[in-house]
Design a protein around this ligand. Sequence first.
Ligand SMILES: *[C@@H]1O[C@H](CO)[C@@H](O)[C@H](O)[C@H]1NC(C)=O
Ligand SMILES: *[C@@H]1O[C@H](CO)[C@@H](O)[C@H](O)[C@H]1NC(C)=O
Ligand SMILES: *[C@@H]1O[C@H](CO)[C@@H](O)[C@H](O)[C@H]1NC(C)=O
Ligand SMILES: *[C@@H]1O[C@H](CO)[C@@H](O)[C@H](O)[C@H]1NC(C)=O
Length: 366
Amino acid sequence: MNTMKRASGILSLLFVASALGSVVEDFEYLEVSDMCGLLPLGTNFLRPNTCDNWVSCASNLTVFEQGTCASGLYYNKTTGRCANAASVTCPYNDVATEPANVCANEIDGAFVMDPTSRTCRGYILCKNRKQIKANCPNELVFHPTSRSCVYQTQYTCPETQTKTASPTCRALTNGTRLAHPKQCVQYYECDDEILHERSCPAQMAYDSARGRCVDMDAAECYEGAVLPEPENTFCLNETGYARVGYFADEESCSQYYICAEPVANKHDTEPKHMSCPLGQYFDSEKLSCRDRMNVRCRLDRCIGTNMAYVNVDGNCQAYGRCSGGLTVSMGHCPSGYYFDERSQGCSQTNYHYIACSAQVSVPTEE
Ligand SMILES: *[C@@H]1O[C@H](CO)[C@@H](O)[C@H](O)[C@H]1NC(C)=O
Ligand SMILES: *[C@@H]1O[C@H](CO)[C@@H](O)[C@H](O)[C@H]1NC(C)=O
Ligand SMILES: *[C@@H]1O[C@H](CO)[C@@H](O)[C@H](O)[C@H]1NC(C)=O
Ligand SMILES: *[C@@H]1O[C@H](CO)[C@@H](O)[C@H](O)[C@H]1NC(C)=O
């Protein structure tokens, strides 16, 4: 998978924890170059905190361009053009002003709702017409008319308060998406100037340059954004149902897994991985570790052994030569001789080890 290198800048330092419990990243102080990194290629937007500056993110990652409307014109982010200032609503005109002093007409000791509190827990104590900010104790919210802290069942924090317009979304056209800097299966979307965190559908991830969810294998994630670890599906059978018990490791004959009972209809995603002692293989019929000569192993028998020569599955006259834990070449005993891993040589006795016999049911002659 390709990982497109896009500048992530100083983003992670600027994240602000939302008071709603979940962490909703706030893009308030993003640099224009950082914004272009998060936006789809070729996005145009109003430079934040201005009315007449625009930014055009490059369509090939190398440069972005900034411009200023001619005198008397404002930038209309929806049309992407500068127009007569009187015809354009500048989203930052009403923002820069300090919030009004809610204590201006209140008596000393009055409690008032804090209009900037996104959780409704905040209130303001008025003293000498000055504002002192405080929060209701945990679990309680400030009731604006009774002017006291109450249980959440007694007052529901209105959504207009919990979701305030995002300064970044003010600069962007409705519906613009931004990459999530940490999680590739997530992204942000500006919807009516409110920043929403969204998730891609299952098996899809957000492609930061294209600005949409695509198949996980094809996604070019924002630099630093990670894909979730693929889920361990060992404890699912071929038809997708949970299986429980002891199962051979399909990559090593000396190892096996233990799949626990499903929890809440979810198969065990962290099966225990166990190893047999040296010289033993896992036998799925006997659910045991036993002498590797008595277990059929369809994998390379040089794996996990320090022997120089090993028997070969399905041919008791053949042997494999091991090097670095893998079979590097094969050989054959002369006619009438059978290979014996235990003595590391060819012998006239055919022990019919299960390890080399084609049929598992052939008994050993010991
Ligand atoms: C990227 O776009 C700029 C401006 O359009 C252009 O000068 C530059 O050659 C382009 N770079 C690549 C790699 O296409
Ligand atoms: C941009 O222009 C369109 C069409 O003239 C207008 O409807 C819209 O209100 C303008 N947007 C802003 C933010 O002023
Ligand atoms: C913004 O987009 C949403 C969803 O597409 C739509 O419901 C809403 O009306 C749009 N708002 C404006 C101001 O165009
Ligand atoms: C998978 O498990 C289900 C439920 O136990 C069972 O009905 C099904 O036959 C199993 N499929 C295979 C291929 O073993």
